[in-house]
Design a protein. Structure first.
Length: 425
């Protein structure tokens, strides 16, 4: 398995292009299953999860081609196998996003229960509950969700769906399914993350009738068929936030091209409070940081609050900041696995359940550390950028699931970082 070797102590200077959002690209690739006409997506990031999703839809019979400029062309006219097998999706929880589109268009599907990061329970019961309300009949057997239509139905029907919790993938699944359902669907307690309205805008280009996307109440009027479209994937706010934290920790001045300020308010507010300068400029965001910043406490919550996907990266900044900070993780119950690895670098962190208390230290010391999940791996890279000596980050296949050539982008900003090839497992 590949590793990243980082020699810390360098400031980051220059500009970096923020890639398309993984959490928008994956549902939008699935949205192409809703039509028998060609779909063109631009700004699709080069990630392992995207490659897995492309392999998945090709296995269904979809024609999917991508070029070196981030454009993917899909044609699901000849889709003959509405199935997502375990061997293709065992590393990716987003496989559940194929369920809604397949049942909506074909009336049946067989989708493996999702895999992905081991950061806590991600139950699919909300997906099953919502789709059942729309007329699906779903049973779980041998690790698969096997779906069909309830007796007497020829297509899904509109429904009022209120989830027990805010679920991003659930909202996306219901949006796609409802676009082809008969009648009106109302989603209550819908997720509001920027990737949701981006998916909705793509569906509207395909002929869907959607109102309220970006709020907690979305109304969808189903149509009989959808057509092809051309759409550009929104910039990845989590990649942008990760680079913001990296510059804040290492020091420097960097322009983040394509970053959307309105998607990052919770993060940028904390960075400004810490002492960094973050400004919206034409074409993106600029961050400048010098010296040791001040530790910041925060609590993760649903958008527009502080994102759980930025918790580990900001903790890496707090580790070398001045003062003490408290971090409360409210979304996932097992998302402090990076703490033990940060301790190996000299961090001072104490955890108690879902709360971590970080006492900033003036200097970290390089060591060999192991990535345990996607965002944890990013936090270890940030810590390595500021640690004295060499830091070797193992198991970076987690990083490759969500970051488009991160080491190349950091190297272009002046970081001393290289990928060390290893034997493939």
């Amino acid at each position: 398995m590949d590793k990243l070797l980082i020699r810390g102590g360098r400031r980051l200077v220059g500009e970096v292009r923020i890639s398309g959002a993984k959490n928008a690209a994956l549902p939008e690739l699935c949205a192409a299953l809703l039509t028998d006409e060609p779909v063109v997506l631009h700004n699709v990031p080069r990630l392992q999860d995207v490659a897995t999703m492309l392999k998945l839809v090709r296995n269904m019979g979809v024609t999917a081609e991508r070029d070196d400029n981030g454009t993917v062309r899909l044609d699901a006219a000849d889709l003959t196998n509405p199935e997502a097998p375990y061997e293709l999706v065992k590393t990716m929880r987003a496989s559940v996003l194929a369920l809604g589109p397949l049942v909506a268009r074909f009336g049946h599907a067989r989708v493996s229960l999702p895999g992905g990061c081991a950061i806590g329970s991600r139950p699919v019961d909300q997906h099953i509950k919502g789709l059942t309300a729309m007329g699906a009949e779903i049973r779980v057997e041998h690790g698969y969700m096997v779906a069909g239509l309830q007796p007497g139905l020829k297509r899904l029907r509109g429904a009022r769906i209120t989830t027990d919790m805010v679920t991003v993938t659930g909202t996306e699944n219901f949006l796609m399914a409802a676009a082809l359902a008969e009648g009106e669907t109302i989603l209550e307690n819908a997720a509001q993350e920027p990737e949701i309205p981006d998916l909705a805008e793509m569906l509207i280009k395909m002929g869907a009738k959607i109102e309220g996307h970006g709020t907690s109440r979305i109304r969808i009027q189903g149509v009989e068929r959808l057509h092809g479209c051309e759409h550009t994937v929104v910039a990845d706010r989590i990649e942008a936030g990760t680079f913001l934290c990296a510059v804040a920790a290492a020091g420097g001045s960097v322009l983040l091209l394509g970053a959307r300020a309105e998607h990052l308010d919770a993060v940028t507010d904390k960075l400004r409070d810490a002492g960094a300068t973050v400004a919206e400029v034409p074409g993106g965001l600029r961050i400048e940081a010098a010296g040791r910043l001040k530790a910041q406490s925060f609590r993760t919550t649903e958008y527009p609050g502080f994102p759980t996907d930025m918790q580990a990266q900001f903790m890496a900044l707090n580790v070398i900041a001045e003062g003490t900070a408290t971090v409360a993780e409210t979304i996932f119950e097992n998302r402090f696995m990076h703490v033990n690895e940060l301790l190996r670098l000299g961090a001072r962190i104490q955890t108690d359940g879902k709360v971590a208390v970080i006492e900033g230290v003036p200097q970290l010391s390089g060591a060999t550390v192991m990535a345990t999940d996607l965002r944890a791996s990013a936090s270890l890279v940030i810590a390595g950028l500021v640690a004295e000596g060499e830091t070797l980050v193992d198991r970076i296949y987690h990083l490759d699931r969500g970051y488009d050539r991160m080491e190349a982008k950091l190297r272009a900003l002046g970081a001393d970082i290289e990928r060390v090839p290893g034997a493939r497992a």
